[in-house]
Design a protein. Structure first.
Length: 334
C-alpha cells in the first residue's frame, strides 16, 4: 500500500512540475509578445496625409485659405517654425493641416516645402498600445528616430498635442514632450500641433521649454457665412456617399439651426447635421413602409420626394427633424 501511494505521489509531483514548467514557459512567451508589440516600429502609428491627399482621400478644404497661408509662413521661418493650432473642437484644425497636405501635393507651396510630407501621429494608439513600464517612451523614440533619418523632409502633425504632457508622472519622470524637445531644438523634426485653449493653458504653457519652441496660431470658429461656404464645398461628397440630392436651402438651414447647439462649434456641427439628414433620407427611401425608429414624425414621407433627378431629396424639413431629435437627446442627457 505504501509503495502504491509513493508511486502515485511521485507521478503527481512529476506531472505538477511539468505542468508548472509549461505554464511559466507560455506565460513568458506571452510577455515577450506583448513587449514586442509595444516596441514595434512607429510606421503603424503614422498616417501619411500627403499620400492620402494624392489618393483623393482628403475632403476639400474651403474657407480656410488665410489660415493655411499663415501655416505656410510659420513653417517657412528660420526659428520657432513649429505651429500650434489652438481652437475649440470642431472648428477645423485638422482640416487646415489636411488642406496644407493637399497644397503640397498640388505644388501650391513655396519651393522649400514642395518635397515635404506630413505625417499624422496618433497619440491615442501610441498610448493604448503600451502595457509595460518604458514601452511608451521606447515607441515614441522609435517614431522620432525613424523621422530624423530624413531630417527636414517630414512634418509631424500631432493632434491633441497636450497629451504629451499628460504622460508625465504616469510613465515615470520623463514625459513624451521631453523626448521630442531635443529634436525640436535642433530643428530636425518640424511639428504642427493642435489643441484647445483650455488644454494649452493647463499643459503646454506651464512647460516653458516646450511652449517657447511652438508658435501659437489661433483658429477661430468660422462665421455662419464661411460655414455655409464649407458645406457647399463638401455637398457633392455627401450626395455621392448617400445617393441623395441636397437642397441648397437645407445647407443654409443646417448652419442657421445649428446655432441652437451651444456646446458644439461650426463647421463640424452643421456638417454632422447634414450627414445625419442625408442618412435618414437615404434609409427611409429604401424602406418607405417603416417609420424612423418606430416614431411617426411629420417628415416621414420626405424620402418619397424627389428633386430634379432620381435621388431622394434632403430638404429643410429633414434638417429640422434631425435638430429636434438632437435637442430631445440633449434633454435626456441632462
Amino acid at each position: 500500500m505504501n509503495e502504491t501511494w509513493t508511486f502515485f505521489l511521485g507521478y503527481f509531483a512529476l506531472f505538477l512540475v511539468i505542468g508548472l514548467t509549461v505554464y511559466f514557459f507560455w506565460r513568458r512567451q506571452g510577455v515577450h509578445k506583448e513587449m514586442d508589440r509595444g516596441s514595434s516600429g512607429g510606421s503603424d502609428l503614422l498616417r501619411d496625409l500627403t499620400s492620402a491627399a494624392r489618393a483623393g482621400k482628403i475632403d476639400p478644404v474651403v474657407g480656410r485659405e488665410e489660415e493655411i497661408k499663415r501655416l505656410v509662413h510659420i513653417i517657412s521661418r528660420r526659428t520657432k517654425n513649429n505651429p500650434l493650432l489652438i481652437g475649440e473642437p470642431g472648428v477645423g484644425k485638422t482640416a487646415i493641416v489636411e488642406g496644407l497636405a493637399k497644397r503640397i501635393v498640388d505644388g501650391d507651396v513655396p519651393h522649400s516645402m514642395k518635397d515635404k510630407r506630413i505625417l499624422e501621429l496618433n497619440l491615442s494608439d501610441l498610448i493604448s498600445g503600451t502595457k509595460y513600464r518604458g514601452d511608451f517612451e521606447q515607441r515614441l523614440r522609435q517614431v522620432t528616430s525613424e523621422l530624423e533619418r530624413s531630417p527636414r523632409s517630414t512634418i509631424l502633425f500631432i493632434d491633441e498635442i497636450h497629451m504629451l504632457e499628460q504622460t508625465k508622472g504616469t510613465e515615470g519622470a520623463l514625459s513624451a514632450s521631453d523626448i521630442l524637445k531635443p529634436a525640436l531644438a535642433r530643428g530636425d523634426l518640424p511639428i504642427i500641433g493642435a489643441t484647445t485653449w483650455q488644454e494649452y493653458e493647463k499643459f503646454i504653457r506651464t512647460d516653458p521649454a516646450l511652449d517657447r519652441r511652438l508658435q501659437p496660431m489661433y483658429i477661430a470658429e468660422p462665421t455662419p457665412e464661411v460655414a455655409a461656404v464649407v458645406l457647399h464645398g463638401v455637398k457633392k461628397l455627401y450626395e455621392a456617399f448617400h445617393n441623395v440630392t441636397i437642397e441648397d436651402a437645407a445647407l443654409e438651414a443646417a448652419v442657421r439651426l445649428s446655432q441652437k447647439l451651444k456646446k458644439r462649434y461650426l463647421p463640424d456641427k452643421a456638417i454632422d447635421i447634414i450627414d445625419e439628414a442625408c442618412a435618414k433620407v437615404a434609409v427611409e427611401a429604401t424602406e418607405p413602409h417603416r417609420t424612423h425608429f418606430g416614431v411617426l414624425h411629420q417628415a416621414a414621407n420626405i424620402a418619397k420626394i424627389r428633386c430634379a433627378g432620381k435621388e431622394p431629396c434632403v430638404t429643410v424639413q429633414d434638417v429640422e427633424a434631425v435638430i429636434e431629435e438632437w435637442k430631445a437627446l440633449a434633454k435626456v442627457e441632462q
